[in-house]
Design a protein around this ligand. Structure first.
Ligand SMILES: N[C@@H](CCC(=O)N[C@@H](CS)C(=O)NCC(=O)O)C(=O)O
Length: 210
């Protein structure tokens, strides 16, 4: 049985959304986004840094959302979400799966600056810089989507799950309006039932609470 360790709206949403797209059974464990839970002995025994996501499948434990994406696709996808070795889109599929982190690091920095760090210690300079870099990273996605609905010519893939989560994170901090193709992309993403099931806290999750 697969177990996913997850904090709502964190990068583990990528893995949750992908599991939902794959339609395979899994157990969801929701952790409070608190040092007490993430750095508590129970979770540190699973993830050495106490971060999310972490995926356990039998005797395999994996952290890093990009690696989890590759693993789930290689192991469980029946052709729709993966672009396996030898596929003409393989290298671009990998590029976008990992480009998602180029975007998410700026989003994570904005979370720190606007949620985690208290006002006197927040830095307007860092906020300005990070939102500008995030906006530029969105511009690259916008260009890619100029003549297509999804990142790859053959259609929706796990690369859209990876980058799509980063767009979902980005729109909390920078307006998407200047990137009209991204606006349409985010609307398409928001209409996907699997994406909807990955949002927020879930009643069916086992909870690790402080
Ligand atoms: N590159 C890693 C980043 C993992 C990561 O930093 N996750 C954040 C949530 S978005 C986290 O667990 N933060 C909690 C903390 O650092 O205390 C991945 O993509 O899995």
């Amino acid at each position: 049985m697969i177990t996913l360790y997850h904090c709502p709206e964190a990068r583990s949403q990528r893995s949750l959304w992908l599991l939902e797209e794959l339609g395979i059974p899994f157990e969801l464990v929701e952790l409070d986004f608190s040092q007490k839970v993430l750095r508590g002995p129970e979770y540190l025994a699973i993830h050495p840094l106490g971060r999310v996501p972490c995926l356990v499948d039998g005797d395999l434990t994996l952290f890093e959302s990009g690696a989890i994406t590759q693993y789930l696709c290689e192991r469980y996808d029946e052709g729709a979400l993966h672009r396996p070795p030898g596929h003409p889109e393989r290298w671009h599929w990998l590029q976008w799966v990992h480009y998602a982190e180029t975007m998410a690091v700026h989003g994570a920095s904005m979370v720190q600056q606007t949620v985690i760090i208290a006002p006197p210690d927040r830095s307007p300079v860092v906020q300005k810089l990070e939102s500008r870099r995030l906006d530029k990273a969105l511009g690259v996605v916008d260009q890619q989507l100029a003549d297509r609905d999804w990142l790859l010519p053959s259609g929706f893939s796990a690369a859209d799950v990876s980058v799509g989560y980063s767009v979902h994170l980005a729109q909390k901090f920078v307006p998407l309006d200047a990137h009209t193709h991204v606006v349409d992309y985010y609307r398409r993403i928001s209409e996907r039932p699997a994406f909807k099931r990955s949002l927020g806290s879930r009643a069916d999750a086992r909870k690790l609470r402080a």
